[in-house]
Design a protein around this ligand. Structure first.
Ligand SMILES: [Zn+2]
Length: 147
């Protein structure tokens, strides 16, 4: 096990240059929308490549284990993989919805109260559809309902 290998995390977008807004610049003007559109598109591409890579890997592995016992342990490993893929597919869907919102010109505003979500929060979480306040309320409500 090489300890140097850095685990890549696809739950958030990879490197990008944070947006520098000019003084008095309108929130979600054209250049801001372009900025977020580029982040979303790039993030989606990375996720899709990762999904592809794992699918190929799984196919190759399956061919390498003709023995039924080996196969059984392989299968449980695969089902874990599939759950991860499922999560990634859902994330890709969220990213797609974000791109649609950018194109419709309502990206970056809270779905519940209509307030600005904010550039820094969106950069940390480009799929966010709620402002910080509504998100906290949402989480409190979820906790009260129990899981
Ligand atoms: Zn809100």
């Amino acid at each position: 096990m090489a300890g140097t290998e850095k685990e890549q995390n696809f739950d958030s977008p990879q490197e990008f240059t944070p947006y520098e807004a000019d003084k008095g610049e309108d929130y979600m003007n054209e250049s801001q929308r372009e900025h977020f559109r580029a982040i979303l598109v790039q993030w989606k591409r990375e996720l899709m490549e990762e999904v592809d890579r794992t699918m190929h890997h799984m196919k190759d592995e399956a061919a390498n284990f003709p023995d039924p016992t080996d196969r059984a342990s392989q299968e449980s490993e695969f089902s874990l993989e599939l759950r991860t893929r499922d999560r990634e597919r859902k994330l890709i869907r969220k990213i797609d919805q974000g791109i649609v919102r950018v194109d419709r010109d309502d990206y970056g505003f809270c779905e519940t109260c209509g307030m600005e979500i904010g550039i820094r929060r969106l950069e940390a979480r480009p799929t966010a559809t709620l402002c910080v306040d509504c998100k906290s309320l949402d989480e409190i409500r979820e906790r009260q309902l129990g899981r």
